[in-house]
Design a protein around this ligand. Structure first.
Ligand code: IVH
Length: 676
């Protein structure tokens, strides 16, 4: 077929699909059956996969949300909805503040104010306003893409539908928490387990009239995308929210110093039982928006905020058995099966024992009476056992020397960085040889940050695995749907939906794809770095030459551990096969390169020595924001060596020898048209 004809066919399919969408969503009057729709959409995706020159903004593969047989369509957040790092102890807070000081290159005397806000345990939502009018309301979803629940959110009285204040931004997403008051929950107790479930359930009602019957509340606390917001701090923003007609938490405070944060935390924890809404901690946000901007984000949480969770609850119970679980990376984790007890409202029957060393150190045995601690959403763990209560014939727990799943020998690795033997014992098998590792790899593959396939959760993956429907990740894209249709709990419609969600995820970003492979030591953040560096998957996959691996070490953030892990991943035959087959079944999108119109485009930098008033991490963000690159050692690839106080002489000498430009802080800032 010639190019023109293909393009014509492509356009026709797009137009037809968009027409069907319009009728389905806007008019609630479907023109074709769901399966016909799926078929057409599949054909379109296949065309796009086959002929990469096809591109159209109107293609439904770019527009998310038009999806049949689901209650809500989906839509992307204009700015991602981030999550928060948790803190449990004063030390966690001290560390948090220390990292901030380091990043900002400030010393202990620098005073930072935090907006301390009780963390309501509800459901977060993002409300988009345009010219003061509420246009769209989305659930959080996976942080990037949420469900369009505009109609249901519109039933909430606390949510203003029209704002006429002069200083309300032209466009803004207001974000906050939807929740049910404990007093209102009393009447809903039979239907839902807790107020949070009740809020979530009623927000997901198909019919907004049903949502309206449930007394939902909304408290606003942050914003996403904005145009025309002229505010300098979180506390000013919270005040403005009130002026604009939103409710905010009356317990919000402006506080400086970790000691004062703790005082406030204790005070609020005391009031907790008397509040009419559930809170599970306090959120601390750096008050100054300029500082927030400088600090930016790590993976999917801001560097400038933290959630200080309320203290744990404890309980005493008996250890009935010790199970050894095998994780995705082969780590053997001992788990105590305990006599079920209620700790802080949650029934606990499992508690982690962390690793072999922990069992030995605490001398934990089957039959022991133990103190179990549960803190926040973290897996409960065993604090200690009561040796007095131990029966005479109790025996020391012997950790298995072979993998309980595949029988392979287990090993403790030597960590080259810490120069210590790992506390964790691992199955030595080659990944997919071990059943448990295989299942865990598959679960990782479909997890939220990886492929995140609607309707293909961990439980279903496990079930499909047992039924031999899938063994390797690529099998997900070659599922025999005729077999699934006949399984219990599945029907024509749910199979159709599954097929649809799987097809939709065939189009995947490079960073998600790298992350989903589950290479040891390559988490979200590293996957992002690698994706930025390699841009296309073929480049990443073909890194066989020594020089490519050395090059990888130049990526700031990637070290020997990661490189050797990637090496060993790609030297495994099964992994290679998995990767090749996935590549055939998927369309892995090239990474979007940082806009290359910045002032530092095509230039590489390295810092040695201490700079004045700006940290390494901040310099790195600055360089990247301006389309430059930071690398981790002096080599021919380096363009500029930025020299601060007490630089490493060797680096400076070597740079001079290679005729690399050696500049100071002021010269660097000048390149960015900034003065020092
Ligand atoms: S700020 C980047 N402020 O906590 C900032 N979140 O783990 C992220 N939450 O999903 C949100 N009260 O549901 C923020 N005052 C508050 C909050 C709050 C509750 C929830 C929210 C979010 C989760 C973050």
């Amino acid at each position: 077929m010639n190019k023109k004809l293909i393009q014509k066919e492509y356009k026709e399919k797009i137009n037809a699909l968009n027409k069907f969408n319009k009728y389905y969503y806007d008019k609630s009057e479907p023109l074709v059956s769901d399966s016909k729709y799926d078929e057409l959409k599949n054909e379109l995706l296949l065309l796009e996969q086959k002929y990469t020159f096809l591109k159209s903004k109107k293609s439904p593969s770019n527009i998310v949300g038009h999806k049949p047989s689901k209650n809500f369509k989906k839509a992307f957040h204009r700015a991602p909805m981030l999550s928060l790092v948790n803190a449990f102890t004063e030390d966690d807070l001290i560390n948090f503040e220390k990292k901030i000081f380091n990043f900002l290159s400030e010393d202990k005397n620098f005073k930072i104010f935090y907006s301390a806000e009780p963390k309501i345990d509800g459901i977060s939502a993002s409300l988009s306003y345009k010219n003061g009018k509420l246009e769209q309301g989305l659930s959080r979803g996976d942080g990037k893409e949420g469900e369009d629940i505009t109609l249901n959110l519109s039933t909430i009285n606390d949510i203003p539908k029209k704002i006429i204040s002069k200083d309300f931004p032209k466009e803004i997403d207001i974000r906050g928490e939807v929740f049910i008051k404990n007093s209102d929950f009393e009447n809903l107790k039979d239907k839902f387990a807790n107020p949070r479930n009740a809020a979530s359930g009623s927000l997901r009602q198909k019919n907004p009239e049903d949502t309206k019957k449930i007394p939902l509340n909304f408290i606003a606390y942050t914003y996403g995308f904005e145009k025309g917001l002229n505010i300098k701090s979180q506390s000013d923003f919270l005040e403005k929210l009130n002026e604009w007609g939103f409710k905010t938490n009356s317990l919000n405070k402006l506080i400086s110093g970790v000691k004062n944060l703790i005082l406030n935390y204790n005070e609020i924890e005391k009031q907790r039982a008397n509040l009419d809404f559930d809170i599970d901690g306090i959120v601390y946000k750096i008050n100054d928006f300029d500082l927030q901007k400088r600090l930016g984000n790590i993976a999917n949480a801001p560097r400038w905020a933290i959630a200080h969770k309320f203290s744990s609850s404890k309980g005493i119970s008996k250890i009935l058995d010790i199970d050894i679980q095998v994780g995705r990376t082969g780590a053997l984790t001992p788990v105590a099966k305990i006599k079920p007890i209620n700790i802080g409202g949650v029934i606990v029957s499992n508690a982690t024992l962390h690793n072999e060393d922990e069992i030995n150190r605490k001398d934990i045995r089957i039959g022991d009476t133990a103190i179990i601690e549960r803190a926040g959403d973290v897996i409960p763990h065993i604090l200690s056992v009561d040796k007095q209560k131990r029966s005479k014939n109790s025996k020391k727990f012997i950790f298995p020397k072979n993998c309980p799943s595949c029988g392979s020998e287990t090993i403790k690795e030597f960590n080259k960085v810490t120069k210590k033997v790992d506390a964790v014992r691992r199955c030595s098998s080659e990944g997919y040889y071990c059943d448990k590792i295989s299942i865990e790899k598959l679960k990782h593959f479909v997890s939220k940050e990886a492929f995140n396939i609607d309707g293909l959760g961990k439980k279903i993956v496990e079930n499909f695995w047992k039924l031999k429907l899938i063994k390797y990740p690529q099998d997900i894209f070659n599922l025999d749907f005729s077999k699934i249709k006949n399984l219990e709990g599945w029907g024509k419609l749910s199979v159709q939906n599954l097929k649809y969600s799987i097809d939709q995820k065939k189009n995947i970003s490079l960073e998600r794809f790298i992350y989903s492979l589950g290479i040891r030591h390559i988490g979200l953040e590293n996957a992002k770095l690698l994706s930025k560096h390699f841009v296309s998957f073929s480049k990443f996959k073909n890194l066989s030459k020594q020089i490519d691996f050395e090059d990888m070490l130049n990526i700031d953030g990637i070290g020997e551990t990661q490189v050797s892990s990637i090496k060993s991943f790609f030297s495994n035959k099964t992994n290679k096969k998995v990767v090749n087959e996935l590549e055939n079944a998927l369309l892995i999108k090239d990474a979007v390169q940082n806009s290359d119109d910045g002032l530092l485009n095509n230039k590489t930098f390295l810092v040695t020595g201490k700079l004045n008033g700006i940290s390494r991490a901040e310099v790195k963000s600055l360089i990247e924001e301006n389309s430059g690159k930071t690398i981790s050692s002096v080599s021919k690839k380096l363009n500029f060596l930025i020299v601060g106080e007490k630089p490493t002489k060797k680096k400076v000498d070597y740079a001079k020898q290679l005729k690399i430009k050696v500049i100071n802080q002021a010269e660097f800032l000048k390149m960015l048209n900034k003065s020092s």
